[in-house]
Design a protein around this ligand. Structure first.
Ligand code: ZN
Length: 149
């Protein structure tokens, strides 16, 4: 199997068996993001314990890329510190905006490397980034809430 075929398999696997899907409590912030160009939607909740991403729960509708991306995000970010998770977000964003020119680091991005193939299709980049942008938004809100408390 070539690399593109392997990447497609990983994305389809996550799409068929999404990890951590469903909205859970407790949570500090909930957001709803939409990708109008494709029709993808996600409702995402973040639960922080101290500086740790304790849970990311979500309900998503839309294309296989947007849903697989939310599943991969769930695998990658839960249990990480907010700082480390923001670092992964930056790595994933760089990969998506690299238009297929960036060599993904499997050590840090794990199944996220499968989206390297998606980065070649500008119309699909927003699909892959939808859940990540929702997570960033919800986490900023959750962190601000904690600082105000
Ligand atoms: Zn989409």
């Amino acid at each position: 199997m070539d690399l593109d075929g392997l990447y497609q398999e990983i994305i389809l696997d996550h799409y068929r068996n999404p990890h951590g899907k469903g909205l859970r409590e407790p949570f500090e912030a909930e957001v709803h993001h939409v990708n109008p160009t494709c029709g993808d939607e996600i409702t995402l909740r973040v639960h922080l314990v101290g500086d740790t991403v304790a849970d990311v729960s979500y309900d998503a509708e839309g294309c296989s890329i947007s849903q697989a991306s939310a599943s991969v995000l769930n695998d990658l970010l839960i249990g990480k510190s907010v700082g480390a998770a923001m670092g992964l977000l930056a790595d994933f964003q760089a990969l998506m905006q690299g238009r297929g020119t960036i060599e993904p680091d499997e050590e840090t991005l794990e199944d996220g490397v499968a989206f390297a193939g998606v980065a070649k299709f500008p119309a699909r980049i927003k699909c892959a980034l939808l859940s990540w942008m929702a997570w960033k938004d919800a986490t900023s809100q959750a962190v601000t809430l904690k600082e105000d408390a």
